[in-house]
Ligand binder design. Structure first.
Ligand SMILES: Nc1ncnc2c1ncn2[C@@H]1O[C@H](COP(=O)(O)OS(=O)(=O)O)[C@@H](OP(=O)(O)O)[C@H]1O
Length: 302
């Protein structure tokens, strides 16, 4: 709070999603550009200077709209001064790479009020693999999930059935005004239910509010596969999209951010490779059929 008068910045751009689609890796690469800063967070974990969770209610359900509070996440005027006047970059910019943003139906409206000129990058990945990656992350964090994509399940259909409280949550989130308090149980339901992860991957529905609130030329879409295969080319496209100087960025290969580690004690999984193959084959067609991916997004399939 003491430093708040020095924190006058809101994001010039977002990596708004989607969860488990390579957002941490892209954010780490962009932070290496001298004109770019992430959050002024803590150094202990790769996500702490990457994603604010501001719209997810990290400051409490009533504080997910305040410009001043959002500014408190970003670096002070000293960082901007240093970058622009001493290093000599054209324009210094901060960004938030909270991948849940793209999943929140009220986010586009709020971001358009806070930062109408912002540019927004979305990374998309084949849904079954994104969901499986999410499951493993949550299990590794000790989450007692009631569902799994890693085991032969007789109840394939019912496992994917959305529960009433989830359906209600999505209706409530869609109806939120720009400064309304968030539903109190929102973070819990979003992080624990398979239905939520399925909704996250309903890319056309999730992207619709962003297309409504931002001009199309401010939005960029990245195929996770392309990012993995040609990282430097993709990053350089992002630099162009953001108007960042190419010559100030030197590409270096980094370890994949938030990489899956199958280490929880779960009897059905014998190896990460086996679990991946099994998941891809068994659930991928089912998930895609339920999501009704339109023609334009069929490239996401394995
Ligand atoms: N360069 C590269 N090559 C291969 N795979 C990569 C790369 N960068 C990120 N990843 C994979 O992306 C997954 C993590 O995505 P996110 O960083 O968006 O996750 S998070 O939502 O922020 O938790 C996570 O996927 P899984 O390993 O399947 O869990 C990362 O391994």
């Amino acid at each position: 709070m003491i430093t708040l008068p020095l924190r006058q910045t809101l994001p010039a751009f977002y990596i708004a999603g989607f969860p488990k689609c390579g957002t941490t890796s892209l954010a780490s690469q962009l932070r290496r550009h001298p004109a770019v800063s992430g959050l002024a967070g803590l150094p202990y974990h790769e996500v702490l200077n990457k994603e604010s969770h501001f719209l997810n209610g990290v400051l409490g359900p009533c504080h997910a709209a305040s410009r001043l509070l959002y500014q408190s996440f970003f670096p002070t005027v000293f960082t901007k001064f240093w970058a622009e006047n001493i290093i000599g970059v054209k324009r210094w910019m901060a960004f938030d790479a909270c991948p849940l943003t793209a999943c929140l139906p009220f986010a586009a409206n709020r971001l358009s009020k806070l930062t109408p000129k912002a540019k927004i990058v979305f990374m998309l990945r084949e849904p079954a693999r994104a969901i499986f990656s999410g499951e493993i992350m949550l299990r590794n964090m000790g989450m007692p999930l009631q569902w799994t994509l890693s085991e032969e399940s007789q109840a394939l259909g019912s496992m994917f059935e959305e529960q009433q409280d989830e359906t209600q949550l999505w209706q409530d989130m869609a109806a939120l005004g720009p400064t309304d308090p968030l539903p109190a149980h929102m973070p819990h339901l979003l992080y624990t239910r398979l239905g939520s992860l399925m909704r996250f991957c309903d890319y056309p529905e999730r992207l619709a509010p962003f297309l409504e609130h931002f001009p199309a030329e401010n939005l960029m879409f990245i195929d996770f596969k392309e990012f993995v295969e040609e990282p430097e080319a993709v990053i350089r496209n992002v630099l162009d999209f953001l108007g960042l100087e190419q010559h100030l960025f030197r590409y270096e290969q980094l370890p994949p951010g938030m990489k899956k580690y199958i280490g929880w004690e779960y009897v059905a999984v014998e190896s990460a490779a086996e679990a991946m193959i099994f998941t891809g084959h068994r659930y991928q067609p089912y998930i895609n059929a339920r999501l009704h991916l339109p023609e334009e997004l069929l490239w996401l399939r394995i």
